[in-house]
Design a protein around this ligand. Structure first.
Ligand SMILES: [Fe+2]
Ligand SMILES: [Fe+2]
Length: 289
């Protein structure tokens, strides 16, 4: 008799921008769960608070919408009150791991799957961490490569699976981290990195692939939020700032609201990725315009 390989499907949605982005997550999760067979959800919430930062309320809203873990990026501390949530071990939310060790907040977090999955599907601990790139980024950070190595080495469960996010501008840095993780963290003897996905540019890339039959990689998940925009901001305000170089409040746009990201398919027996599929889910106008 052939028994089915236990497969865990995790969706990861890129930068959630403002209230349209939060609504896009709430719209997407039931579809991911019921139509795509997704078991768990990770979201990058660095722009959830009106386009910049993530408030404690935004974090809770994303959790209620279905997120099992939330990551942040270069806007990590724009809402200072998030530090308390970041420090609380009960909340699955992580700040970039390659800031100072003194910076507030967890550098890695485990997905909270206790209520969602059967014991069979949650027998491996699943972690997520994010690191900032260093090329063309406004927030200075330490080496993302060394930070990943440090955090992986500190995981005590040898059967853990880790999803690494690189929040960065440069595609080269993102691809390099994927190859680094494949070389350094795909051995059977310890925790394994099973996916390296990028965020921050707000534009989804078409390069999703499985490296060496083991590790899912994608340069950028794209944005969850209004796409009738310039990377989430109001078109007219952005043109006023860029074309006329006039003063402009870069408000969050609305229109063409979508949840973008990927579904990562994991083989739990061998702790490897077996698929990565793009997600680009439109939100009907009456819900998310
Ligand atoms: Fe960012
Ligand atoms: Fe962002």
């Amino acid at each position: 008799m052939i028994s089915a390989m236990p497969e865990l499907r995790i969706a990861f949605l890129g930068d959630v921008v403002g209230s349209p982005g939060r609504r896009a997550v709430a719209h997407a999760w039931p579809k991911l769960r019921d139509l795509h067979g997704v078991h768990a959800l990770i979201v990058n919430g660095e722009n959830a608070r009106n386009g910049s930062g993530c408030s404690a309320d935004n974090y809770r809203e994303l959790r209620r919408a279905g997120a099992d873990a939330v990551t942040l990026g270069d806007h990590v501390y724009k809402d200072r009150a998030i530090a308390e949530v970041l420090e609380d071990p009960m909340h699955p939310i992580a700040r970039p791991a390659n800031l100072s060790l003194s910076a507030p907040g967890k550098r890695i977090t485990q997905l909270d799957l206790s209520d969602k999955l059967s014991p069979e599907l949650r027998r491996r601990p699943i972690y997520v961490l994010t690191v900032l790139g260093r090329l063309y980024m406004p927030l200075l950070a330490n080496s993302p490569f060394e930070a990943v190595d440090r955090e992986l080495a500190a995981i005590s469960e040898k059967d853990a699976m880790v999803i690494v996010e690189i929040h960065a501008e440069a595609t080269s840095e993102k691809q390099a981290l994927a190859w680094h993780c494949l070389e350094r963290w795909s051995a059977d003897a310890g925790p394994k990195v099973v996916a390296v996905v990028g965020t921050h540019t707000h534009v989804q890339t078409a390069d999703a692939r499985i490296l060496e039959h083991r590790l899912a990689a994608m340069t950028d998940l794209g944005m969850s939020g209004p796409h009738r925009s310039v990377i989430g901001r109001d078109v007219n305000a952005t043109l006023n700032a860029m074309v006329k170089q006039g003063p402009a409040a870069l408000d969050v746009a609305d229109g063409d609201n979508r949840a973008c990201g990927a579904i990562i398919r994991l083989d739990l027996d061998h702790r490897r990725a077996i698929g990565i599929e793009l997600l680009n889910i439109g939100v009907p106008n009456e819900i998310g315009a």
